[in-house]
Design a protein. Structure first.
Length: 406
């Protein structure tokens, strides 16, 4: 009964009711959009963590200075394969260490070609990166020891060279050298720096050194980087310190000498980004919630005006036997109905806004049921909170005074 009365009262003043709900509509829509954007940012960071591999550190060769000119990371050949094996052997916290040699080159198949990253690696590389195969197989021992001309390719290389054709067992030419494709990697997506991790050709480390890079990338045993994966549950900072200490000992660096390598804990970097994105999501939702409070104040204001306008009606209802709680519930239901309808329309507004952000701005968004329920529930609570005082004021009127009101 009270709901019908509330709807009739709102219908009488359609424009005023619509303007009153506008604050709730905008507030609910803004909360939904902001939470969706924040959730999308968090999901993207989690994808990057999964794409890199869990508990991952990377050792890069150091830099070299010639005639006062300082080179970048990797210009000095300071890392060797034995560094990787020593890290695995002497640090219990480390699960696996994978030496790699990296470059780039033209990959040719038939009449098509593509410029891709070329990585010489050992089987430990795939374990460190948590990188599995979609089809094909891994390197065999004989191929690793005898510089076998076999390769495992990423999804981007497969798409650009082979299209819909199965790449396994196909012959490609890497810098003019024929290789047999023995495996196709699962998709990894972009790295934290925006690089396409699937644009890659991986071959045995010995093959890369002897047949592709040769003397261009240093003496026998030298590598450009080492991927290090720590065991689950291990303190990454402690493991990082142990790796750094071991490398300094192996490279015979004096206490005051800077590292001749670069060690980066990628997992910590991405976790810091994830924490920052969570804080940003909370801040965005808090800012958007302000419009909900403004909408609630608007509801209180309009309900107070409505009580004043309908004073004689209230007095008449009280005179014919209506109880104070009946008047209270009537105006409270009106406020809740106003905010709830605004909340439902706000959902549509928020869904449309999320679609615009995703398709026009190109941002990653994730629209889930939780922020929708939260926003609508919050809008209903606002209706109760801001509608109670006007309803209470109406219920406290004296019938005779209300009937005399002009």
């Amino acid at each position: 009964m009270n709901l019908l009365i509330a709807l009739q009262a709102l219908k009488i003043n359609k424009l005023r009711s619509g303007l009153t709900m506008l604050g709730i509509i905008i507030g609910v829509g803004a909360v939904i959009v902001m939470v969706a954007v924040g959730s999308g940012a968090q999901a993207k960071v989690k994808e990057q963590i999964a794409g890199l591999g869990s508990n991952l550190m990377i050792l890069w060769a150091g830099s070299v200075t010639t005639a006062g000119v300082r080179g970048g990371t990797g210009t000095a050949q300071t890392l060797v394969e034995d560094d990787a094996w020593a890290v695995m052997r002497e640090i219990p916290e480390i699960q696996v260490a994978a030496p790699t040699q990296r470059g780039s080159g033209q990959i040719v198949w038939g009449n098509t070609n593509w410029l891709a990253s070329i990585v010489g690696a050992t089987p430990e590389y795939f374990e460190a990166r948590d990188w599995n195969l979609v089809s094909g197989r891994m390197f065999e021992f004989g191929e690793l020891s005898s510089s076998g001309k076999v390769a495992i390719i990423g999804q981007t290389v497969s798409r650009e060279l082979f299209g819909e054709t199965d790449p396994v067992d196909q012959i490609i030419r890497v810098r003019g050298v024929p290789f047999t494709v023995i495996g196709l990697l699962e998709r990894k997506g972009q790295s934290m720096m925006g690089q396409d991790q699937d644009d890659i050709v991986i071959m045995p480390l010995s093959t890369a050194r002897n047949k592709i890079f040769g003397a261009l990338q240093g003496r026998i045993g030298r590598v450009s980087s080492i991927f290090i994966k720590s065991r689950d549950g291990v303190d990454m900072k402690e493991a990082e310190d142990k790796v750094r200490e071991l490398l300094r000992q192996r490279h015979r660096l004096a206490p005051n000498t800077p590292d001749d390598f670069s060690l980066r804990n990628l997992t910590e970097i991405l976790q810091a980004q994830e924490a920052a994105s969570k804080v940003m999501s909370i801040l965005l939702a808090a800012v958007a919630s302000v419009s909900l409070l403004v909408g609630g104040i608007g509801i209180m204001n309009i309900m107070l005006v409505s009580v004043t306008e309908r004073t004689r009606e209230i007095g008449l209802r009280l005179a014919v036997g209506a109880r104070a709680k009946d008047i209270l519930s009537q105006f409270l239901v009106e406020a809740i109905t106003l905010s709830t309808i605004g909340g439902v329309l706000g959902i549509l507004f928020g869904a449309f806004g999320t679609w615009l952000v995703e398709n026009l701005a190109g941002w990653r968004v994730e629209l889930t049921i939780f922020p929708i329920l939260l926003a609508v529930g919050f809008s209903a609570m606002i209706g109760i909170f801001f509608g109670y005082y006007p309803a209470r004021k109406a219920a406290a009127m004296q019938p005779i005074q209300a009937l005399r009101y002009e």
